[in-house]
Design a protein around this ligand. Structure first.
Ligand code: UDP
Length: 477
């Protein structure tokens, strides 16, 4: 009889920024590496973008886990809500994996699923983590448990740069959201995740050798770091994994782009969840208008102080969302020849790959950052939450494919106009576009057969095959 394929299970937490790369990973494991994959999805339960994506045909098997209604305070942070949804899903996951045939050889989880690595150990499987971000964020996480308390307090309370062995130090102004909140339990939560991460059988990360050579060297060259600060966990850089655009997708925004000249449009979007306050929306509208560039702007109702106000409802719109209420008077009329405002959600992969799009104002979610790169689009960085300031620093300072907007407080219209013009018109913009086009090619090479990321995924897959074979030999003598 023909041997069944090695089966791997994946667990993904709520949010399009996790679901998109996990789907891509699951599909590639099946299509390129001869595995069978089941993706367990802990959804938001409320996002239209998520349900639309999950209805598309895939090579992997998709299993939504039962959704628990949250018992948290209505004002709980998005992080606490995700954590609660994940914890509630673990018993279902354990049950489903124990019943799965063939028995999965490995479980792959994301940052919010890290605790489920213990389920992998309990059920005799390999446990991998897929960090859907870059290697610099991964090094911060992996080296964090070896940092002493005064060092961490110096960063969090005295705003000193945090040294990460072998990597660029982390300035406080670029630090992750949990350190900025200045709340002990938030960063102790990060510590718990970081310690568990160090016990994984391997870590996959959505980056590639040519994008972050120094950081990856620090993570992978065991023995080069002093004072025992050596990472023992195998690292698999497998990126850029991004969603492929659908060639025949019908949409008004794509039709609008079809009518624009080549390389003339700047696309403005704050990811699946990002929201701005009313004053900031006004400044951005003026900034775009003053820049006199063609633009597509994905816009959401103002959100008070919450910069991640649409996270759980990504892609869900209603008639009341029609933009004119909260845009400056006359904006739509004055810009109708050059601009298009799209409420709530847009087909980003298709927009960024359109021939007319040349620039991208992005909140620097890592998926958006990679989508900018793989489409050769120069970026203006406008980080909002999570690790997005680190991502902005990678894009602007490490690889030079973006200019940065300074985001202390409300960003004024002149700053927005200046940075948009810089990318779309200036000499610096031209140089940046050359660099991003080079990086696009290096990313394509990385994930193609024989490329560093392709080989790295193959190596991880072969660990699963070997483990499965050894386990089968032990159990059916
Ligand atoms: N996205 C999209 N349309 C939108 C907003 C977002 O297709 O209007 C997709 C985007 O292409 C990306 C993902 O949603 O793949 C968002 O992930 P990212 O890591 O950029 O940011 P997050 O939403 O997690 O903050």
């Amino acid at each position: 009889v023909e041997e069944s394929k090695t089966h791997v299970a994946l667990l993904v937490s709520p949010g399009m920024g996790h679901l998109i790369p996990f789907l891509e990973l699951a599909n590639r494991l099946v299509l390129h590496h001869n595995l069978q994959a089941t993706l367990f999805v802990v959804g938001t339960g409320s996002s239209t973008a998520e349900s639309t994506l999950l209805q598309k045909p895939t090579a992997a098997n998709i299993v939504p886990l039962p959704h628990s209604s949250s018992t948290l305070h209505p004002n709980a942070s998005y992080i606490d809500i995700i954590k609660a949804l994940m914890t509630a899903s673990f018993p279902h996951l354990r049950f489903s994996i124990a019943a799965a045939k063939p028995r999965p050889a490995a479980l792959i989880v994301d940052l919010f699923g890290t605790e489920a690595l213990s389920i992998a150990r309990e059920l005799g499987m390999l446990g991998f983590e897929f960090i859907t971000s870059n290697a610099w964020f991964l090094s911060l996480s992996l080296f964090y448990p070896s940092m002493d308390r005064p060092t961490i307090d110096g960063h969090v309370y005295n705003h000193e740069p945090l040294k990460i062995p072998g990597c660029t130090p982390l300035r406080f102004e670029d630090t992750i959201e949990v350190f900025q909140l200045n709340q002990q339990d938030a960063y102790e939560g990060f510590g718990g995740f970081a310690r568990e991460l160090g016990r994984a059988d391997g870590i996959l990360t959505n980056t590639w050798q040519d994008l972050e050579p120094t950081t990856l060297k620090a993570l992978t060259e065991v023995g080069t770091l002093s004072k025992g600060k050596v990472n023992q966990v195998p690292i698999y850089p497998i990126g850029p994994l991004t969603r492929q655009s659908e060639p025949n997708l019908e949409s008004d925004v794509l039709k609008w782009l079809d009518r624009q000249p080549d390389e003339s449009v700047i696309y403005v979007s704050f990811g699946s969840g990002g929201t701005l306050c009313a004053e900031q929306i006004t400044e951005l509208a003026w900034g775009l208008e003053l820049s006199q560039q063609r633009f597509v702007w994905v816009i959401r109702p103002p959100s008070g102080t919450d910069s991640v106000g649409a996270f759980f409802t990504a892609g869900t719109g209603s008639a009341d969302d029609s933009p004119p209420h909260y845009l400056p008077e006359g904006f739509i009329e004055r810009t109708k020849e050059v601009g298009l405002v799209v409420p709530m959600w847009a087909p980003q992969a298709e927009i960024l790959s359109h021939r007319s799009v040349m620039g991208f104002v992005t909140h620097c979610g890592w998926n958006s950052s990679l989508e900018g790169i793989v489409n050769g689009v120069a970026m203006v960085t406008w980080p909002l939450y999570a690790e997005q300031k680190m991502n902005a620093t990678v894009l602007t300072e490490e690889v030079g494919v973006a200019v940065r907007i300074r985001t202390e407080g409300v960003v004024g219209r002149e700053e927005i106009e200046r940075k948009v013009r810089k990318i779309m018109e200036g000499e610096e913009g031209r140089e940046i576009r050359e660099r991003v086009k080079g990086l696009k090619i290096s990313g394509e090479t990385g994930v193609s057969k024989g490329g560093s990321s392709y080989d790295s995924m193959a190596l991880m897959a072969s660990e699963c095959h070997i483990f499965r074979r050894q386990r089968d030999e032990r159990t059916d003598f």
